[in-house]
Design a protein. Sequence first.
Length: 347
Amino acid sequence: MAADSVEMLGRPLSHAGGLVTIRSLVSDGPFSAGEHSGRVGRTQRSSMAPDSDQSAPLSGDPTLRERYDHVRTRIARAAARAGTDPRGILLVAVTKYADPEQIRELIQLGHADFGENRVQQLLQRAAMIDEWLARHRTLPSSPWSGSGQLDLFSSLTKPVAQDAAPAQAVRWHMIGGLQRNKVKKVAEVCRLIHSVDSLRLAEEVQSIAVKRETPIDVLLQVNAAREASKGGCAPAAAIHLAEQFDTMVNVRLRGVMTMAPYSENPEDSRRTFARAREVFEEIRAAQIGGGHCTILSMGMSGDFEVAIEEGANLVRVGTALFGEKPVEEVADEKHESGQGDDDEGGV
């Protein structure tokens, strides 16, 4: 992964005119996104367009590009309802059930942020994409031969232009449960760990970061739904745990992550997201993490629009981009782990 990409995500996120900015996740240009106070609450839902109008499915057998454009359009519309600049919402493409060709195609469309929830698959795919990018950069006419980072959100309200430039670097996100003995491997390829939910895990991250002499960016996973099958600390314990993270010099707390229970109705997730947002705001109000704590990661394929309305500025989307996962794999996973269908955030 390119060093400039690492520097950008590691840089403190700035404040301008009272607005939280997360542009440094993507590029160096000036940008401001709406404060979380601009979110749409449950009491405002009655004035919105019907849900069916918000996320009408694509017809036929859409291409990956069409699905990508459709997801970006849905993000823009949800941001408009929430009074938030859509350029301030980071889309992480969850590649758990994506083919390697699909990952490469998204990179060619200019997408840079990808997530995995299994360590082994994360390592394999990161190595595969690094090798592919390195090989293409050596070609004289390669679109990767330039420098700089593509502004992924400059045309979020419009379809991606036919001549969209490929992303110059890829950032991998670890979004699934993480064991302490896997932290070292994950830290070597991952830009942001979304699932740190205990003091012991944070201490292991700190230990690895000290040896690497580089801070590691993490999100505090909060079990806002209080669901037994989900990872994450209890909301009541979040402030105390965040304070402990903040004492670790090489653990950089960037924000909060949560997952809502699986439901066919996206509105069922709203209460969970609202609770996670409250925790996030409490941490920020306590000035924990300083200017770094600016990311609220919540929302997956089935409910990311509701998550944005409730303040999310990072969403994790897999199925809506890459299609439904194979039925046989779903059955195998449920048998092995007892987990549900939340393929974009947990193990």
